[in-house]
Write a protein that binds this ligand. Structure first.
Ligand code: PLP
Length: 369
């Protein structure tokens, strides 16, 4: 927490506005709009809920295909699966965390020839790095396919000077406990299209028709964010820029510390500002699992990179599209999973009063000798 949250939560209690409607929710939504520059935001109970609604709003129905990156978190995929849609998973572009626009273009062109375009494309902004949004937008627009961004890990990430997801049909954010700021749990759906966000709010509030009694003409959900959580979010917005600075600092501290170790990092994308929500390193000589266990022995938590969706038991039947995975070659995202490790990335690690970074640095130095 940053400090202002408790006072804002007190205000919610004092005014008895704890429900998922009211001034605290409105305020948080306006703050998200102002910060991202995306015109409309609906505060929701999770990023997963936001992406589920995005699939409904994109018109995704049972049997449709939805395309997206294989290297992502399940919360970005479960919404389309709940729709009964068929996921097709794509490899990342070399040297990035994001969907490969050229690969997507190639596949869209053959899908068009086959008369079976996807209903939507979801692009993920992974680990605080934006996807190549303009390239993906121009490719998808050429085929009339809507593009949604899963920006759950990218609040505060800039792409060519604008916020991640700005320009996509819809963008989803998450305020889960592990994200760069948190409402304890929560999310948001953002769009420049006011009607889409209004529809998202309607669906998130049980799709109640405008009638004095409870009447439903369509299936809705209970997906709104409570006033208490929204107040926490408003407090967190006050420290967001500080958190971004801390995560960026941490990333460059790791790079400096490991400059001579057999370790590499992805270069920053040109024209962007990455938040480095998580600091991810690639090991050139060691098993990430060996490092993870060595840190664990010191009571320091590190984690593997997201396991690609096409390698998940749940998606054993799904199609995976890659230009690299030929014969014994690993696909880009398979290699990222095989060699990557998410180093401890809490903003607090670099806070002045904390000695934790020194402790992590010591353990890493020992591991790499
Ligand atoms: C966290 C996350 C989500 C889901 O957000 P929740 O608020 O936890 O439901 C979706 N996609 C990605 C890439 C995420 O990291």
């Amino acid at each position: 927490m940053g400090g202002a949250e408790r006072g804002l939560v007190d205000l919610v209690f004092d005014t008895n506005m704890v429900a998922p409607v009211g001034p605290a929710v409105d305020r948080f939504e306006r703050e998200l709009e102002a910060y991202t520059g995306i015109a409309h935001a609906a505060a929701l109970s999770s990023g997963t809920a936001a992406l589920h609604l995005a699939m409904i709003l994109a018109g995704v129905e049972a049997g449709d295909e939805v395309w997206g990156p294989s290297l992502t978190f399940m919360g970005g995929v479960s919404g389309l699966v709940q729709r009964g849609a068929v996921p097709v998973f794509f490899d990342n572009a070399e040297g990035s965390w994001g969907l490969d626009p050229a690969l997507l273009e190639c596949e869209l062109s053959s899908a068009k020839r086959g008369g079976r375009l996807p209903k939507a494309v979801i692009a993920t902004d992974l680990y605080g790095q934006s996807c190549d949004l303009d390239a993906l937008l121009s490719v998808t627009a050429a085929y009339g396919v809507p593009l949604v961004t899963d920006s759950a890990e990218a609040l505060g990430t800039l792409y060519k000077g604008r916020h991640a997801g700005k320009g996509a049909l819809m963008a989803a954010l998450s305020f889960n406990g592990n994200k760069i700021i948190t409402t304890s749990g929560g999310g948001a759906l953002l769009s420049d299209d006011e009607a889409l966000v209004a529809r998202a709010r309607f669906l998130a509030t049980q799709a109640r028709d405008p009638a004095p009694y409870y009447q439903h003409s369509t299936l809705g959900y209970n997906y709104r964010l409570s006033g208490v959580c929204a107040a926490i979010g408003s407090g967190q917005m006050q420290v967001l820029d500080q958190r971004i600075a801390q995560r960026r600092q941490l990333y460059s501290d790791y790079q400096a510390l490991l400059a001579d170790a057999p370790v590499s990092f992805l270069p920053e994308q040109p024209d962007g500002r990455e938040t480095h929500w998580l600091s991810v390193a690639f090991l050139d000589q060691h098993e990430p699992e060996a490092l993870r266990q060595a840190l664990e022995a010191d009571n320091i938590e590190a984690r593997p990179v997201w396991k690609p969706m096409h390698m998940q038991p749940l998606f054993a039947q799904a199609r995976f599209v890659s230009r690299r995975a030929v014969g014994a070659n690993l696909a880009v995202c398979e290699d990222q999973f095989a060699r990557g490790i998410c180093l401890p990335s809490c903003s607090q690690l670099v806070a002045e009063e904390s000695r934790d970074f020194d402790r992590v640095a010591e353990a890493l130095t020992q591991f790499f000798g």
